[in-house]
Design a binder for this molecule. Structure first.
Ligand code: ADP
Ligand code: ASP
Ligand code: MG
Length: 406
């Protein structure tokens, strides 16, 4: 018997009617295809944010452990409601929270990693013809503490379950009908892609495209899980995330990603000598702050400037730490800007073509957009620009690389 894992995101289960709609869809699918079905659901849309705001009213910095206890309840609501809707339609269904399955994770609360999934109970339920409904985004440590997998984590639950159960396909149902050349909310001319490589999807996700959580793509690539993104509300083939093939190599650029959550800090007049980069960055990573882009200028008068980006939520803390480092290193000053964004173009076609970077930079220059930082790798080029240029930059690049008329 073939097995499909489906995942329905927050907007797909955002109201009672929408949950009933998902239940109807599952019954139809079951009757038409006869697939065994494991269904992962997110919290109803807005719930995770609503609970986060409640927590912030209790404490300025609630503990990550308690946050996980709180936020995991969102998904628990949806699994029960979906099972009820399925039972109402005459299906046998069973619900599981993360700890009931056992989805074992490490203990990094708020961004836990899945280590192991026990599949025996789920297999027995499938054997008994039940639809299995699992709460996304959560797991449990070996000590029994509830954990969550980070925002968008239900995608990862679905792919990890698909890998553990060796499912024939993992289908991520959402409010768009696939992966687009860029976020259609920013560029209405964005086009749906029939296919995208794991490598490109990984870059898109890590560069800010929130359509799939990055870890879900990592898992799918690593365990070879056939992964598809589709619409909950419309029929269609969606987008298959797959390995590279000849047809795909023709596209120079597959997509444009952006990240609004960035902030940039600069330490100027740093003495140019061995050990300085680590003296600056170690205290930042010791404070659990993730560093993204790093640029160090060529030294002039034995001093240099050191710039890097961090998540916008970590901006104030980073600035504080840098003030101390500035004094310790005898640097001249600390500057920062938290109104910047990162815009990136991604494509495996870049490997075999020169001139992509200059095309990108001149397209931005023609619109008067100043580039503050640049970073490149084999299949992506990222630039940091002022926040106010985000939409313009995305649309300009979309047009320039021919994605609007693909
Ligand atoms: P869900 O609640 O189903 O998990 P998300 O909001 O996490 O849904 O992801 C779907 C959203 O991702 C879309 O509504 C869209 O605005 C956004 N998005 C960002 N980049 C892309 C892209 N390249 N293609 C499609 N959607 C994208
Ligand atoms: N409910 C969680 C979130 O809003 C997980 C998810 O939807 O994937 O991020
Ligand atoms: Mg999501």
């Amino acid at each position: 018997m073939s097995l499909h894992v489906h995942k329905y995101g927050g907007t797909s289960v955002g109201t009672a009617e929408k949950i009933q709609n998902v239940a109807k869809k599952l019954v139809k699918e079951r009757q038409a295809s006869g697939h065994d079905l494991v269904v992962v659901v997110s919290a109803m849309s807005g719930e995770t944010n609503r609970m986060t705001e409640l927590a912030n009213q209790m404490q300025q910095l609630p503990s990550k452990k308690q946050m996980d206890v709180l936020l995991s309840t969102g998904e628990q609501v949806t699994i029960a409601l979906l099972c009820m809707a399925l039972e109402e339609l005459g299906m046998q269904a069973v619900s599981y929270t993360g700890w009931q399955v056992k989805i074992l994770t490490d203990d990094s609360h708020g961004k836990a990693r899945i280590e192991e999934i026990q599949t025996d109970k789920i297999r027995a339920d499938l054997e008994a013809n039940k639809i299995v409904v699992v709460a996304g985004f959560q797991g449990v440590t070996s000590d029994g503490a509830i954990t969550t997998l980070g925002r968008g984590g239900s995608d990862t639950t679905a792919v990890a379950l698909a890998a553990a159960l060796k499912a024939d396909e993992c289908r991520i149902y959402t409010d768009v009908d696939g992966v687009y050349t860029t976020d259609p909310r920013v560029e209405p001319k964005a086009k749906r892609l029939n296919k995208i490589t794991f490598e490109e999807m990984l870059e898109m996700a890590s560069l800010g495209s929130k359509i799939l959580q990055i870890r879900s793509v990592e898992f799918a690539g690593k365990y070879n899980v056939p992964l598809r993104v589709l619409s909950t509300f419309e029929d269609g083939e969606g987008t298959l995330i797959t390995y590279e093939d000849e047809e795909m190599e023709k596209a120079l650029i597959s997509g444009i990603a952006f990240n609004r959550d960035e902030a940039k800090v600069t330490l100027s007049g740093v003495p140019d000598m061995p050990g300085v980069a680590s003296a600056i960055l170690k205290p930042i990573s010791d404070a659990n702050i993730e560093i993204d882009m790093i640029v160090q200028n060529i030294a002039e008068d034995q001093t240099t400037d050191f710039t890097f980006t961090v998540h916008r939520n970590d901006y104030e803390k980073t600035m504080q730490i840098l003030q101390d480092i500035c004094i310790e290193l005898g640097a001249s000053k600390v500057d920062g800007d938290n109104k910047i964004v990162k815009v990136s173009i991604v494509g495996v076609g870049m490997r075999s073509h020169a001139g992509i970077a200059s095309q990108m930079f001149s397209a931005l220059a023609d619109e008067g957009i100043n580039i503050r930082m640049i970073s490149t790798s084999e299949i992506k080029i990222s630039v940091v620009v002022d926040e106010k240029y985000l939409e313009l930059a995305v649309r300009t690049l979309h047009e320039s690389f021919g994605l609007s008329d693909a």
